[in-house]
Design a protein around this ligand. Structure first.
Ligand code: 6PG
Length: 242
């Protein structure tokens, strides 16, 4: 893994979410420019969105933030599985942000069309570096199986795809997803992993300790080419890192 990797460990998921929210707040204070941030789905980001809505609604200059998603489930935006829907409920509906600053994956479209539409949105909004779009920050979670965004262990080819987005398939439910690919994620200026819970301890220790078994875990291959990577962990998730 990257030598610029930083690891921050907190007692529990709530403390982690609070520290993460503060980090975002600091980021918006230290730069006067537009920030393009890709969000993640999952339970840990939900806590983060609650903290942002409760503590930072009037402190963060939302007009400079553009929200994207690292992955989306192919369902309508009001479906309970929608990552956009979850963000809408816990954050977007509680802050003053312009609709033009929200760039969602249209999960209600057929998956290939949703991916093509999202690629166009990205290409027409983001700057490029070495022919790949540049996000200022990509927030990622990690599943118990080591997946990140919607790059699952049975679809490792998404890490090196020459497309900006791909349609992915959840290994158990068969649910279709649209995911940023590894080349785009690794081209971001900053990648912040948000990982909490005991069920993440094994894959995380394989990744952090560079075990051979980590090779099969998509998260192990997330390594920014030029940017910074920070792991925000809670104690249970970090409990097996030596
Ligand atoms: C999704 C994700 C996914 C998620 C991890 C971790 O839409 O499902 O973006 O990659 O981040 O599964 O989720 P938890 O935070 O719930 O463990």
């Amino acid at each position: 893994m990257n030598e610029n990797k930083e690891v921050k460990i907190f007692p529990n998921a709530q403390d982690l979410a609070e520290a993460f929210a503060f980090e975002l707040f600091q980021m918006t204070r230290s730069s006067k420019q537009r920030l393009d941030i890709a969000l993640s789905g999952g339970s840990t980001p939900k806590l983060l969105f609650e903290v942002l809505a409760n503590q930072y609604a009037n402190k963060i200059p939302w007009e400079r933030i553009h929200f994207w998603w690292g992955d989306e489930r192919c369902v309508s935006p009001t479906h309970k599985d929608s990552n956009f829907g979850m963000t809408q409920e816990f954050l977007l509906s509680k802050i003053n942000i312009d609709a033009d600053n929200i760039h969602r994956v249209k999960g209600e479209l057929p998956p290939e069309e949703a991916a093509a539409d999202y690629i166009l949105q990205i290409q027409s909004n983001l700057n490029e570096r070495e022919d790949w779009p540049v996000f200022d920050l990509i927030i990622l979670g990690m599943g118990d199986d080591g997946h990140t965004a919607s790059i699952f262990p049975h679809e490792m080819e998404l890490l090196t795809s020459d497309k900006i987005c791909e349609v992915a398939t959840h290994p158990e439910s068969g649910q279709k997803r649209v995911s940023l690919t590894g080349n785009v994620i690794n081209n971001a200026n900053r990648i912040y992993f948000l990982i909490s819970g005991k069920s993440k301890a094994k894959p995380l220790s394989a990744i952090m300790n560079n075990l051979k078994s980590a090779n099969k875990l998509p998260s192990y291959h997330i390594e920014p080419k030029q940017g910074q990577i920070i792991f925000f962990l809670d104690n249970p998730a970090a409990s097996e890192i030596s």
